[in-house]
Design a protein around this ligand. Structure first.
Ligand code: PXP
Length: 259
């Protein structure tokens, strides 16, 4: 069954809307674990717009599941990661003006800057992952940079406007996943996955882990983090058993367009 990493950044986004101390992303991480999360993901951005250094420290001290830190290749951030030692670091592109991570890291173009960062993280005993678009050259480039894993950007699939376009994106993801496995990489996926679109991908793929943030946090606002995570886990469990009717999953789907 595909493991679930829960991205808690947007809990901190709500806190920062008032620059106060609630809701606490560290508490959210505990709740997510109690709901069955296999991992907790956070992004320590250069501008600290949501997760801050205090959160990163406390998450390291309290999270019992796999702790995955998303980060840019900025030297200071790499230094913080090496000191913090999360279980895994996922290198992502980062632009100040973006609302969230847009697209994958260009590991082919940036290989000279990425290589040394990967080496430093690996030397600290951290699993390294590259957040990339589902393209063969990016997957091969990640293996050449020395990454242990890749996380394929699922935004193309999640944002597809038609079924045919979604199918095309699924094929791209499957092909890129196979290339990753052929190159000895662990293959994760994430971005834009929701309660509505996760099963189609989960049912046909052999990803090790999905990282999901916005949809789970959105649902958690209404039903609580523990329940929101439990329900996403249930969708993944059903998807891993092709015999179980998808109808069963539909009962879990909340009303609304995007979840
Ligand atoms: N994976 C990576 C590398 C990301 O940057 C993000 C967004 O922070 C996610 C997964 C989660 O995306 P979403 O919030 O759309 O579920």
């Amino acid at each position: 069954m595909i493991k679930l990493g829960v991205n808690i950044d947007h809990v901190a986004t709500v806190r920062q809307a008032r620059r106060t101390d609630e809701p606490d992303p560290v508490w959210a991480a505990v709740e997510a674990e109690l709901g069955g999360a296999d991992g907790i993901t956070f992004h320590l951005r250069e501008d600290r717009r949501h997760i801050n250094d205090r959160d990163a420290e406390l998450l390291k001290q309290t999270v019992a599941a796999k702790l995955n830190m998303e980060m840019s290749i900025n030297t200071q951030i790499v230094r913080i990661a090496v000191k913090l030692k999360p279980d895994q670091c996922t290198l992502v592109p980062e632009r100040r003006e973006e609302v969230t991570t847009e697209g994958g890291l260009d590991v082919v173009r940036l290989r000279r800057r990425i290589g040394p960062a990967v080496k430093k993280l690996k030397r600290a005993g951290i699993i390294t992952s590259a957040f990339i678009e589902p393209e063969e050259r990016q997957v091969v480039g990640s293996a050449r940079c020395g990454f242990d894993a890749v996380e394929l950007w699922t935004g193309g699939y999640a944002h597809a406007k038609t079924e045919a376009a979604a199918d095309e994106e699924l094929i791209k993801l499957m092909e890129a996943m196979d290339v990753g496995h052929d190159h000895g990489l662990i293959v994760h996926a994430g971005h834009g996955l929701t309660y509505r679109n996760v099963q189609a991908l989960a049912a046909i793929s052999e990803f090790a882990e999905f990282n999901i943030g916005h949809s789970i946090v959105s649902r958690a606002v209404l039903v609580g983090m523990r329940t929101a995570v439990r329900e996403m886990k249930e969708l993944l469990r059903i998807a891993a058993q092709p015999d179980l009717a998808l109808l069963e999953a539909e009962e879990l789907m909340p009303p609304g367009k995007t979840q």
